[in-house]
Design a protein around this ligand. Structure first.
Ligand code: SF4
Length: 326
């Protein structure tokens, strides 16, 4: 079976009534072009001409708050996408704010073949939400999540790590609260500080001090472990380089291989938990996990070497466990 794919269509900030502390939609979406019905059609036709597997492909409206855009414009985009859902595409994915969800809009989205709704939760702490001008509360996240599930959409939740006023403990609490809402998937965005944002100004005045990259990797490795162990698919961890316009980033938690760093840290912690007083240890992992267990440039092997422990890691095609000490 081929992998899930998205045909991504960026709907810029016009959809959003807010201005969150970290948001500079122009920088994030890389475009202020406002897509119209013909853009949706041409993106789908283009994908078809490339021979994509439609059954695994969703038409994804990303970038703004889809259900907050003018209703006429929202239906124009959905109307353009619907024939492709009728033809066999997996469905339509949208992202929006928790306070822009209600029965009426969910019924409409259902009628047009929307299958997945991602809610920007960001934090479940009301004080962090307020400090970052989110304009909604933790209760809005709970209510919107349960409504989305009641209408049988696939629920995705997005959270941020290292927001202004947050702490590693509050970020972990958000991950735990998210687990209790049982989404199918989660995106974790460590904060990247963009120019022309409130966060950028707080950072430049010294009022906001982001976590170090190591701290963020440490927290996100624990979150990844926690979420996946609870059956939640972490579909994203960190921003891609292409999502940040060069020159717009002032600082924060960005690394081109952020997820890989977190995966390696996760394996390092798992091995640390299994090594007792050994001076030599051998582990087996699934072949697909070998590079994560070794770490970038064998950083995990080097780390254990610095502790005086010789670690060997072997791939095993029959492995079911995440990691085994043999
Ligand atoms: S809700 Fe989303 S689009 Fe709106 S300001 Fe916040 S981050 Fe930007």
């Amino acid at each position: 079976m081929s992998k899930h794919a998205n045909i991504s269509i960026f709907v810029p900030h016009i959809g959003c009534p807010n201005m969150c502390s970290f948001c500079n939609q122009h920088a994030i979406t890389g475009t202020q072009y406002i897509p119209r019905a013909y853009d949706v059609k041409s993106a789908c036709e283009d994908a078809l001409s490339r021979g994509i597997n439609v059954e695994n492909t969703e038409i994804a409206f990303f970038g703004g708050s889809f259900t907050a855009i003018p209703r006429e414009y929202m239906t124009e985009l959905l109307q353009a996408a619907k024939p492709y859902v009728d033809m066999g595409f997996k469905g339509i994915r949208i992202s929006t704010r928790p306070d822009c969800i209600n029965d009426e809009v969910l019924s409409l989205l259902k009628a047009y073949g929307v299958t997945t709704i991602e809610l920007g939760a960001q934090s479940t702490n009301d004080s962090v939400l307020s400090l970052n001008d989110r304009g909604h509360t933790a209760n809005d996240i709970i209510n919107a999540s349960s409504l989305v599930k009641r209408y049988n959409f696939t629920l995705g939740l997005q959270m941020m790590v290292g927001l202004y006023g947050s702490t590693p403990e509050l970020d972990m609490k958000t991950a735990l609260d998210i687990i209790s809402l049982s989404p199918s998937e989660v995106r974790i965005y460590p904060v990247v500080i963009l120019d022309n944002t409130k966060l950028g100004r707080l950072y430049q005045s010294g009022e906001y001090i982001p976590y170090s990259l190591d701290e963020a990797v440490n927290i996100c490795a624990d979150m990844l472990d926690l979420l996946e162990n609870n059956g939640i698919n972490v579909i994203k961890l960190g921003l891609h380089a292409s999502e940040i316009v060069e020159g717009e980033m002032l600082g924060g938690l960005y690394h081109p291989a952020f997820r890989e760093l977190c995966e390696a840290e996760r394996f390092k912690k798992l091995m640390l938990g299994l090594i007792e007083n050994d001076k030599r240890a051998t582990f087996t992992v699934k072949p697909s996990d070998l590079s994560k267990a070794l770490g970038q440039k064998r950083s995990n092997i080097e780390y254990f070497k610095s502790l005086g422990i010789e670690v060997n890691i072997k791939p095993d095609i029959n492995q079911i466990e995440k990691i085994l000490k043999i």
